[in-house]
Design a protein around this ligand. Structure first.
Ligand code: FMN
Length: 507
């Protein structure tokens, strides 16, 4: 188990702009098939959910301090704070309507295509599923006593994202989970309840615990609050979960490369400690804390920043203040509390700078240890930025665009395919942090997709890009967010989307 071949196959068959390495293994399907749209939220029938408190617990530290890595005084993770953390990480904050009046939910963290394939379970004495629409917990098991504190289990529903992205959707599971975790880590730090993320665990035990099949819904990561022992029962010791989940879609398609990539990177319980030990030799140092930018940013709290965030749809081509890059990027690339990166990080970062005060336009490599190193010049960095991001204007209209990256061979040789899971997850965390950091200093950001090979060639690197984020000055601010159970209605969303589709923003 945990071989590298299956993720190699998936990665090399899903590179934008390159011929798929295993074309014969790609599923022939109709992307975005409107007759087979996946349900946006997981729901159970016949189980009474318990509402979480709807008041958000305010934090008291400045957002930029927390986003720089400063953890608030130790707090108590009671039900109210748990509800706050769940909402800030995975809550429903806004709602738009289709022309038919159907809801399109927006959530506190970004997600490619707004598809939100990640589900969250709360595990302690009992097991619950977080139901964001009502901001409630659905009971699934009683009296399992997995830990004395609280552990969250993040799972992914591949079809919810593969419906649009095909096999590349498996990468999206990790990116979207990472973006959610960036919010969660920031909110937890703001309340003094530090969290530890685990990618090393027994897949079979976690799947059985939360009652998923491990194929159409797969375990992604655990989040430990507290340091007590985690006692995952062996699958055979558990009765099946009896609560009935509604089907994900009329016909849930299985993508063979995705099924293989996930099942062949599973870990058995007795392999976990060895795998985590091996991570020591591939992760690189990164600081846990960076210097916060000076005033005038200090009045905001993390919850304000999270609730103001929304992916920038149009950037203004204007010079960005230096804090957006000089603080925003290092603060996003701080050490992650991730078992796969005990030294701090698995990643390096490539930045195409377009227009930032005090920075020469061009391409740079950024690492926590080496800082910014120039690696490429371009006559027209904005044109290059857009081109690299699948010709999307956002990639060039930004003040800068970042590509979180990793050199795959040493990672996969040491950590197997599970190292790929880990690096993709860390890329999602860095991207999510970057989005929050941008908002905290008056900017905006969006995740973007990219031409894999072109990015490596542009920056003259062997490293593989994992995820792109464009950061800059938004033309318009996102709407405000609602409270738990009360998302804010977005008027005119349909009109904005048609305007974007028609490309009128350029005129
Ligand atoms: C991994 C990832 C990739 C994304 N790729 C793109 C993209 O290529 N183009 C784009 O316009 N937006 C992209 N987005 C932004 C999403 O479309 C956006 O997050 C989603 O519509 C939800 O909106 P919100 O972020 O405002 O909540 C991406 C987001 C993520 C997390």
């Amino acid at each position: 188990m945990n071989s590298r071949g299956s993720v190699d196959a998936l990665h090399r068959s899903t590179m934008h702009g390159e011929p798929p390495a295993h074309r014969e293994r790609l599923l022939a399907f109709r992307p975005l098939d409107p007759t087979n749209r996946p349900a946006p939220l997981k729901t159970y029938t016949g189980v009474a959910a318990t509402l979480l408190p709807r008041e958000l617990r305010p934090s008291s530290s400045s957002a930029v301090e927390v986003l720089s890595g400063h953890v608030a005084e130790p707090g108590q993770l009671d039900e109210g704070l748990l509800g706050t953390l769940l909402f800030l990480a995975a809550g429903i904050t806004r709602v738009a309507r289709t022309v038919d009046g159907d809801p399109i939910w927006f959530r506190s963290a970004m997600s490619a295509g707004n598809l939100h394939p990640v589900e969250v379970y709360v595990v302690g004495d009992d097991v619950h599923h977080y139901q964001p629409l009502d901001h409630a917990l659905v009971p699934l098991r009683r009296g399992v006593h997995v830990c004395d504190d609280v552990t969250l289990v993040l799972t992914g529903i591949p079809f919810r994202t593969c419906w649009k992205y095909g096999e590349r959707g498996w990468r999206h599971l990790w990116w979207d989970a990472g973006a959610l975790l960036a919010n969660l880590l920031a909110a937890a730090d703001a309340h003094g309840v530090p969290a530890q993320i685990l990618v090393g665990f027994s897949d079979a035990a976690v799947a059985a615990l939360v009652g998923i099949d491990g194929v159409d819904e797969v375990p992604l990561a655990l989040v430990r609050f507290g340091t007590g022992e985690l006692r995952l029962p062996p699958p055979e010791a558990l009765e099946p979960v009896t609560a009935r989940a509604e089907p994900v879609a009329r016909r849930v398609l299985r993508f063979p490369l995705v099924v293989d990539a996930h099942t062949e990177t599973a870990l058995d319980l007795d392999a976990v400690a060895r795998w985590q030990q091996a991570a020591l030799s591939v992760s690189q140092p990164a600081p846990a804390v960076v210097e916060a930018p000076p005033d005038p940013y200090s009045d905001d709290r993390v919850e304000h920043v999270i609730l103001r965030r929304g992916s920038t749809r149009l950037f203004r081509r204007q010079r960005a203040p230096s804090a957006l890059l000089e603080w925003g990027l290092p603060a996003a690339c701080r050490a992650v509390p991730l078992d796969a990166a005990p030294a701090g990080t698995l990643l390096e970062h490539f930045v195409n700078v377009h227009d930032v005060a005090g920075a020469e336009p061009g391409g740079y490599r950024y690492t926590a240890v080496g800082g910014f190193e120039g690696c490429t010049r371009s006559d027209d960095p904005r044109a290059a930025g857009s081109r690299l991001c699948l010709d999307q204007p956002l990639g060039g209209d930004s003040a800068y665009t970042v590509f979180h990256a990793v050199t795959l061979d040493p990672l996969l040789d040491t950590l197997g395919g599970r190292g790929y899971r880990s690096a993709q997850l860390e890329a999602g965390i860095a991207a999510g942090r970057l989005a929050l950091n941008a908002v905290a200093v008056g900017g905006g950001a969006t995740g973007l997709t990219f031409y894999d090979g072109l990015v490596s060639r542009y920056f003259h690197t062997e490293a593989a890009p994992l995820l792109a984020v464009a950061v800059g000055i938004p033309q318009t601010r996102p709407a405000r967010s609602g409270a738990p159970g009360h998302p804010v209605e977005l008027p005119g969303y349909g009109r904005l989307m048609s305007r974007l589709a028609a490309g009128l923003h350029r005129s």
